[in-house]
Each structure stands twice: as structure tokens, then as C-alpha cells.
Ligand binder design. Structure first.
Ligand SMILES: NC(=O)c1ccc[n+]([C@@H]2O[C@H](COP(=O)([O-])OP(=O)(O)OC[C@H]3O[C@@H](n4cnc5c(N)ncnc54)[C@H](O)[C@@H]3O)[C@@H](O)[C@H]2O)c1
Length: 359
């Protein structure tokens, strides 16, 4: 690609932040269109960001000389599969917000469709791209952490009536879940990104904060494939809001800040067990280069997306990563529904392979 890659964003809630990130990376990408069924919203965003086209029908974006190279899908979750397939079949690259799709079966179908299409699909997990978390990954790559012992993953956010006034939220059919599916999915992805696959879960969920169908509090005990343990706690009823990612390893403990929506950003603390090890850790941190041009969150993921399309290397977030997050959700919901621990991997013969939504 010698020219700027042409992008269109569909769905202009969080999609506005995506659009701003594409604009931030104006040397690499050309944001050629925005699309929302709410015509006024599309026009306002186009005007504000200086985007040439504002549309209401995403299908109209997929063909013709003005069609983008990439469709960035930021619509409610129940629309992700249909839009992703249409865009892949039209030869586009696809970027799609979380949760990618409603089941492991549908994720596998999407993976097959992508494999047969010329374009590539990148799920969104923008929280991976913060310098604090990337420093931990650097220390792991440098062999400075040792075996994992215990990870503590907290997502304590606040949502109320105004948030759930939006029609698709709070309902199994359209949101696909609650705090686990929509909010804590980021922190849980980071756990798998840092420690690796999950072996088993035992979960309890409840709905206590808001008058919604889906869960807004969850407590989960997790056994990781490497033998370490993790606890996940998630609520939408916390004042103040915090996120906290805490990883106890043999040779150091890593802890994020409490910034609820930037848990992967600096400052993190990295505390080693003794002075010489701390000196090695501090020296490695001085050498740290985030390799993402200094961009974090969406811009960090998109800049790496560009580099991966150029090089043909793996995308910064893969379909397999999104599948792992869906597998964890499937296991957690099944455990909460049955009251039993659930072992992973979850195969096609599992009762929840086709979806975790309650009957
Ligand atoms: N990665 C993150 O941090 C993050 C944050 C918020 C939301 N999200 C995800 O992004 C998605 C959207 O969430 P949101 O909070 O922005 O929702 P939202 O309701 O605020 O915005 C969605 C927008 O999509 C538009 N829309 C709906 N159907 C459409 C269609 N057929 N064609 C075009 N536009 C359509 C709506 O009019 C609305 O403007 C969800 O999957 C959500 O989980 C991710």
C-alpha cells in the first residue's frame, strides 16, 4: 500500500472515537465516509471531522468508485456478524467492535468466511495498547517475571438509567450480555493476553444495580492453563469507578493505575523481590520502545493494523483473540447458569457452543 488506506466508520456512538483516531492517523488513513441510521448524527460527525460522505445505509458504502478499503463496524453487537460478512464479501477489510459475535459457532463461521475473502478482519481490543501494559509484556518477553502465581482483575464501573435508556442495551438479544460482555471483556482479554489460555472457571453473576435483563455484577474464580489462578470481579455499581489489573509473578508484581478507562496506560508499578532484580527490571524499562509510534488505545491499534497490512504479519488483534474472549464468556455464563465449574476448551458438542443466551 503506497497510498493512504481508505476507511469508513459505521455506527456513530463509540464510532466517533474511532473516527477521531482515524483522523489522528491522517498520514496513514483517509476517513472517506461515516454512516449512521440517524442521518443527523452522520451529517454532524462528517461536518465536525471534515469527512466527505455521510450515509445512512452501510450497504451503499460497499460498492462503487468511492468505496473504502476498510469498513469499521461500531454498531450494536447483534449487527456485527451480518455487517462483517457483507463487507468481507464485498472485498473489504473489516474492523469490528466487541463483542464480536454472539457465539463460538458464529465466530467459527465468520473465521471461515474471512479465510475465503480477500480482506482481513480485526476485532477491537484497544485497551491492549497502553504503554503500562506494553511495558509488562516487554518484561515478560525479556524473561524477567518468572512463573505467574495470581492475577486480580477488577472492573468496577458505574452505569445508570441514562445509559440503559438506549434501546439495545440491557437486553440479551441485542447486547448479548451485561457487564461481562460489554465492559469487563477488555480487562478479561488483557488477562488472556498476558497469562495465556483459561483452563476452568467457576462463576456467579447477578443483576442488582439496574433494572435490566443482563448481569451487572459478576465474581469469577479462574484456573489458567499455566496453573496460575485469577479472580475476576465486575460491577456497574462502583463509586468511584476504577479498573485494576494486578499480576503476581515469581520475580515481580505488576499493578496498573486505577484509571477506569485507561488501565493499560502508564503509570504501572513493577516491584521486584530484591534489589538486583529490580535493577534489571528498571534497566529493561529504560530500553522499552512501544513500537506503536507512541499511539495508544484506538490509534495504537489502528497504527499497528496499518503496519500489519503492509508487512503481511499477524494483525495486532486476531479473530483467535476475539474467539478466546467469547469462549471465556461462554464458560462463565454456563457456570453461572448451572452452578457448576466449567472446563475449557469448549467444543462443538458443548450445550452452549451455539450461544450463551438464556432460553
Ligand atoms: N471498545 C470500547 O471501549 C467500546 C466502548 C463503547 C461501545 N463499544 C461497542 O461498540 C458498539 C456500539 O456501542 P455504542 O455504545 O457506541 O452504541 P450507541 O447506541 O451509542 O451507538 C451505536 C450507533 O449505531 C447506530 N446504528 C444502529 N444500527 C445501525 C445500522 N444498521 N446502520 C448504521 N448505524 C446504525 C445507532 O444509530 C447509533 O448511533 C457495541 O458493540 C459496544 O459494545 C465498545
Amino acid at each position: 500500500m503506497s497510498q493512504r488506506t481508505r476507511v469508513a466508520v459505521v455506527g456513530l456512538g463509540i464510532g466517533i472515537q474511532h473516527a477521531a483516531a482515524w483522523k489522528q492517523l491522517g498520514d496513514l488513513f483517509d476517513l472517506v465516509a461515516v454512516c449512521d441510521v440517524d442521518e443527523k448524527r452522520a451529517q454532524l460527525v462528517a461536518e465536525k471531522l471534515g469527512v466527505a460522505r455521510a450515509l445512512t445505509d452501510y450497504q451503499a458504502l460497499l460498492t462503487g468508485p468511492d468505496a473504502p478499503d476498510v469498513l469499521d463496524i461500531c454498531t450494536p453487537p447483534h449487527l456485527h456478524f451480518e455487517m462483517s460478512v457483507a463487507a468481507l464479501r464485498a472485498g473489504k477489510h473489516v474492523i469490528c467492535e466487541k463483542p464480536l459475535v454472539p457465539s463460538l459457532a458464529i465466530c467459527d463461521e465468520l473465521t471461515r468466511i474471512e479465510a475465503d475473502a480477500p480482506g482481513r478482519l480485526m476485532p477491537i481490543f484497544q485497551y491492549r495498547f497502553g504503554k503500562g501494559l506494553l511495558k509488562l509484556r516487554h518484561l515478560i518477553a525479556e524473561g524477567l517475571v518468572g512463573r505467574a502465581y495470581l492475577s486480580t482483575i477488577e472492573t468496577a464501573w458505574l452505569r445508570g438509567d441514562d445509559y440503559y435508556a438506549v434501546d439495545w442495551r440491557g437486553k440479551w438479544k441485542s447486547e448479548l450480555g451485561g457487564v461481562l460482555t460489554t465492559h469487563a471483556i477488555h480487562a478479561h482479554d488483557i488477562l488472556c493476553n498476558v497469562i495465556g489460555p483459561v483452563k476452568s472457571v467457576f462463576a456467579r453473576v447477578t443483576t442488582r444495580v439496574n433494572a435490566i435483563e443482563t448481569e451487572d455484577c459478576a465474581a469469577v474464580a479462574v484456573e489458567m492453563a499455566d496453573g496460575s489462578l485469577a479472580t475476576l470481579s465486575a460491577t456497574l455499581g462502583s463509586r468511584p469507578e476504577i479498573s485494576r489489573l494486578r499480576f503476581c509473578f515469581e520475580q515481580l508484581t505488576a499493578e496498573s493505575s486505577l484509571a477506569p478507562y485507561q488501565p493499560s496506560f502508564d503509570p504501572w508499578t513493577f516491584t521486584a523481590g530484591h534489589e538486583e532484580q529490580q535493577a534489571r527490571v528498571d534497566a529493561a524499562l529504560r530500553d522499552f520502545d512501544d513500537a506503536g509510534g507512541g499511539y495508544e488505545l484506538y490509534a495504537g491499534q489502528f497504527a499497528r493494523f496499518y503496519a500489519a497490512l503492509e508487512s503481511g504479519d499477524a494483525l495486532p488483534v486476531t479473530l483467535a483473540d476475539a474467539r478466546a474472549s467469547l469462549e471465556l464468556l461462554t464458560a462463565i455464563y454456563h457456570s453461572a447458569q448451572t452452578g457448576e465449574p466449567v472446563e475449557l476448551p469448549i467444543g462443538p458438542d458443548h450445550p452452549r457452543f451455539e450461544g450463551w443466551l438464556p432460553a
